[in-house]
Structures are given as structure tokens and as C-alpha cells.
Ligand binder design. Structure first.
Ligand code: TYM
Length: 334
């Protein structure tokens, strides 16, 4: 008998513009996983509601992100691609997991604290509950591996803790997932402040490159990117801004750090930044073209979502039924 493939689950919020950080730290690394694992990639729209959204924009961003997934090489014939709100079990399992989550541990989450500071007028329960919903996404599919960037590692740790806590309280129910964090690109930094991560919610548009940015915008943003003292293009802790640009260059072009350092030896930051822009443009242009094409075929995208939701629902319903049984809920007679 063939061994069952391990399950991979990951997702991106359809909030604002998807950045180079999201791509290099996450989506780009998902494509090769499809060859080896049973992959489930979700557009996590319910998560987006934790900050105020314009409904029409959320709807557009959701379809844009689905098209982007496919344009980045996620294949709906091989992987399950779906929208979180289409599978109601996500919200339902989150409720059960809430009952084994402690207010103290959620209060301590770095992202909750950061977002509470940023959105001081809207510290809603969803913002605090967010990592529990993320745990629900992961645990519903009995996920083995979760490919994410570094900023999600703390949330993943909570998902592991909740799985272990539930298992020990109610007997073995969930697979305890492992994180899959890339060796490079796990934290792409802001182009304006290399001590902060590149974030799609950054109010300063010069701080990030969006995957949908025009060539001109990409060139301008990289030209304006902050640099470090000196003029040498070298990967080093005392050169955080240049190291970040080198990481972006290497991941976009496929060159190693050593090759890149050699290529730019004796050249100034200006030449280097323009080469980074060239590499980024060469990487994102085909994705942009493919995404545009896909967005013109609404019927196709809807069929992908329908198929994805049907497939995801099967596993999700099975896990939720098991969980309801374990905690002592009486099954509904049908
Ligand atoms: P989100 O939408 O903020 O980011 C999506 C993915 O991009 C990674 N990422 C980065 N990687 C490197 N450098 C950066 N500057 C950078 N910025 C973002 C994130 O680590 C993430 O992998 N809570 C999640 C979405 C989510 C999820 C899940 C992920 C919901 N449920 C279940 C995995 C499994 C989030 O807000 O990601």
C-alpha cells in the first residue's frame, strides 16, 4: 500500500497589497511542495476582518489573491485552493479551541500587541482570537507541515500547544503540526527601515514592493530604499539594509550571496539597487501577466473555488465531527 502523503497547509490574508515579503517568505516556497505533499492553500478572508475592511475591496482582494496563487504556480488540479469563509468548520473549530485557550497566552502574542498599538481604536475580540482561528485552519486538516515566514512562528507554536493540550485532555485527536520556515527570506525587511519587517499594512508605500507594482514603481521604491554606511555590497550584520537588498536580489535572481557579492564588488549602491530592481521585475512580470489573464476568466476562478471548498469541506467536516464527539456534544439526528 502506498504511504499517505503528508499534509501541508498555509494561507495569506487578502488584506491590501501582497508584498515581496509574502512572496519570498511564503508563496514562492509553496510551489515545489506540491510535488511531494498533499497541499492545501487557503485565502484566509475571515482573518482579514480583524481590521476594518471596505467590503467591496475585500471581495476584490480575495479573488485577486486566488488568481495570484495560481499565477505563482499553485495548481488547482494538484492542490486544494479555497477561501476560508467557504468552509464553515474553520469558525466552528475555532470556538472549541477557544475553550482550551487561555486569555493570558493570547494576550502575550507579539502580533496582537503590535496590532493593538497600530489599531488602538479597534482592539476587537477577533484581533485577540486571531491565532486561535489560525490554529483551527491548521488543525482541521490534520496538517503535518505549515510553511510560513518568521512572523508566524509564534502563532504556529500556539497551534502546536493547543493541539497537544486538546489531545491530552480529550485523547489523541489532532496531528501536532511542524513549521517549515525558509532558510533565507524568512523575514524580508522594510525598504525604509531594515529593523522592521516588510508589511503590506505599512502606511508608507515606499517601505514595500507589492507584487502588483508597475516596473516604474519597483525601480523608484528600490532606488529610494535606505542603505548602510560605506559603499561595499556585502552580507553582514552591520549592514542590515544592504543584506536585506542582497537577500531580495538573490531570491529573485537565483544567485548565491557569494556570487552576488562578487558581481557587485567595486560597484556602488546605485548600480546594485538598479540590479535588484531588474531582478525583481524579471521575477514578478510573468506573474503579473498571468494574474491579469486569470482575472478575466471569472467562471474559471469560481470553479476553482467551488472545487476547493468541496474538497476542503470533506476533511474539515470529518475532523470537526470527531472533535464534537470527543468533547461530548450529542450528534444531530439527520
Ligand atoms: P500574512 O497574510 O500576514 O502573510 C502571509 C505569509 O507571508 C509571510 N510573510 C513574510 N515572510 C517574510 N518576510 C516578510 N516580511 C513577510 N511578511 C509576511 C508570513 O509569515 C505568512 O507566511 N496569520 C497568517 C495567515 C494564516 C495562516 C493560517 C498561515 C491564517 N491561517 C494557517 C499558515 C497557516 C498571516 O496573517 O499571514
Amino acid at each position: 500500500m502506498q504511504d499517505k502523503k503528508q499534509v501541508v497547509f498555509s494561507g495569506v490574508q487578502p488584506t491590501g497589497k501582497i508584498t515581496l515579503g509574502n512572496y519570498l517568505g511564503a508563496i514562492k516556497n509553496w510551489r515545489p511542495l506540491q510535488e511531494q505533499y498533499q497541499c492545501i492553500f487557503c485565502v484566509v478572508d475571515l482573518h482579514s476582518l480583524t481590521v476594518t475592511q471596505v467590503p467591496a475591496e475585500l471581495r476584490k482582494n480575495t479573488m485577486d489573491l486566488l488568481a495570484l496563487y495560481i499565477a505563482c504556480g499553485l495548481d488547482p488540479d494538484v492542490s486544494t485552493l479555497f477561501v476560508q469563509s467557504h468552509v464553515h468548520e474553520h469558525a466552528e473549530l475555532a470556538w472549541i479551541l477557544d475553550t482550551v485557550s487561555y486569555v493570558g497566552e493570547l494576550n502575550r502574542m507579539t502580533q496582537f500587541k503590535e496590532k493593538s498599538r497600530k489599531h488602538a481604536d479597534n482592539i476587537n475580540m477577533g484581533l485577540m482570537n486571531y491565532p486561535v482561528l489560525m490554529a483551527s485552519d491548521i488543525l482541521l486538516y490534520q496538517t503535518d507541515l505549515v510553511p510560513v515566514g518568521k512572523d508566524q512562528v509564534q502563532h504556529l507554536e500556539l497551534a502546536r500547544n493547543l493541539a497537544e493540550r486538546f489531545n491530552s485532555r480529550y485523547s489523541e485527536t489532532f496531528v501536532v503540526p511542524q513549521g517549515l520556515v525558509p532558510k533565507t527570506g524568512y523575514s524580508i525587511k522594510s525598504l525604509q527601515d531594515p529593523s522592521a519587517k516588510m508589511s503590506k499594512s505599512d502606511p508608507n508605500e515606499n517601505a514595500f514592493v507589492a507584487l502588483t507594482d508597475s516596473k516604474e514603481d519597483i525601480r523608484r521604491k528600490l532606488r529610494r530604499a535606505v542603505t548602510d554606511c560605506g559603499s561595499e555590497v556585502r552580507f553582514s550584520p552591520d549592514k542590515p539594509a544592504i543584506s536585506n537588498l542582497l537577500t531580495i536580489y538573490c531570491l529573485s535572481s537565483g544567485e548565491s550571496v557569494e556570487q552576488a557579492e562578487q558581481r557587485f564588488a567595486g560597484k556602488g549602491y546605485g548600480d546594485f539597487k538598479s540590479a535588484v530592481a531588474d531582478a525583481v521585475i524579471a521575477m514578478v512580470e510573468p506573474i503579473q501577466e498571468e494574474q491579469k489573464k486569470l482575472l478575466q476568466d471569472k467562471a474559471y476562478l469560481e470553479s476553482v473555488l467551488k472545487r476547493g471548498a468541496e474538497s476542503a469541506s470533506k476533511t474539515a467536516a470529518k475532523t470537526l465531527a470527531k472533535v464534537y464527539r470527543k468533547v461530548g456534544l450529542v450528534p444531530a439526528s439527520r
